[in-house]
Design a protein. Structure first.
Length: 317
């Protein structure tokens, strides 16, 4: 039975790497870290009882799987400061039915981010956050986004680009706005995705693909993607938007009813950030939990200024 369990886990891990070609297998890949740790434990037990071949194969497979997820779960080393202005963004899934809303307000007050991206922003939550309007006067709230646990929203201290209009894709629960960071413009987007197969996660991506591809760079796309950073699904997002998945965030979600702080070591990393090449991630962290089943994510970033237009010489004229 021990050998059968080891073989089953080896096969499950291997199949999870084929998610690009199969939505069910990509759903399986979300649990790669958990399956790999279980396989490593069973492999060690196999070696202890003398099942050398199965134990060795299982240990190698587990280590290979863990190596593939390590960049996403081990805290990242931030880029060194280079004098470029830095800004902060706080990503929060509020939990539509959270019983205690004061912790989220307290976390925002403590961190004082430049920009906040939100999901599951219900009417009750909008009323709770109304006092923030004085501090975050620039807001893009996608009202009644798809009817699935509230809205997606962006709150900002920094002004939106003059004359620009925030985007609200109601059916896909996507909000986006062009933000002016002291003359450097960046597109900020907040997206709430559906659950993996057999739910409609990939269908929502297909529905929003053209809208996502049209978002101007540089782009910082944030949200509750209901997908881990190493999944084929997040890879498809990155391809569609010309971005990269930000690494080093770690687990952020655990089942509702379980203390959220446990998510740091046993949860799934489904709250993610995708950034354009022009955006440098200085640091990323998971602040203290609120009443949500998701941990907040705080990122410090900077944006490279657009290249200066080449000077035109008198001779050229």
């Amino acid at each position: 039975m021990l050998q059968a369990l080891v073989a089953l886990l080896v096969v499950a891990l291997a199949l999870g790497f084929l998610g690009r070609w199969s939505q069910p297998l990509d759903a399986l890949s979300h649990f790669r870290a958990h399956l790999a740790l279980l396989l490593l434990l069973l492999s060690a037990l196999s070696l202890l009882v003398g099942q050398w071949a199965g134990g060795a194969i299982g240990a190698v497979a587990a280590c290979a799987a863990l190596a593939s997820v390590a960049p996403y779960v081990i805290p990242m080393r931030g880029a060194a400061e280079d004098g470029t202005p830095t800004y902060t963004l706080l990503q929060m899934n509020l939990l539509w039915n959270a019983g205690d809303r004061t912790e989220a307000l307290r976390r925002i007050a403590e961190l004082r981010p430049d920009i906040i991206t939100l999901q599951e922003l219900t009417a009750e939550w909008r009323a709770t956050l109304e006092p923030l309007r004085a501090t975050y006067p620039y807001q893009a709230v996608c009202l009644e986004a798809d009817g699935f646990h509230g809205d997606s929203a962006i709150l900002s201290r920094r002004p939106f680009v003059e004359g620009s209009k925030p985007l609200c894709d109601v059916g896909d629960s996507l909000a986006a706005a062009r933000v002016d960071l002291n003359g450097v413009v960046v597109t900020i987007a907040s997206h709430h995705q559906l659950w993996p197969w057999p739910r409609g996660q990939w269908r929502r991506l297909d529905s929003a693909r053209d809208t996502l591809a049209a978002l101007p760079a540089p782009l910082l796309l944030t949200g509750d993607f209901n997908a881990v950073g190493w999944s084929a699904f997040l890879g498809a997002y990155a391809e569609a938007t010309g971005t990269r998945v930000v690494r080093g965030i770690g687990p952020t979600w655990i089942l509702e009813g379980v203390p959220t702080e446990i998510a740091r070591v046993a949860g799934l990393g489904i709250d993610n950030l995708l950034a354009s090449p022009a955006i440098t991630i200085r640091s990323v962290e998971r602040p203290a939990a609120t009443a949500s089943d998701h941990l907040p994510v705080l990122v410090r970033f900077s944006v490279a200024p657009p290249p200066a237009a080449p000077a035109t010489s008198v001779a050229a004229r």
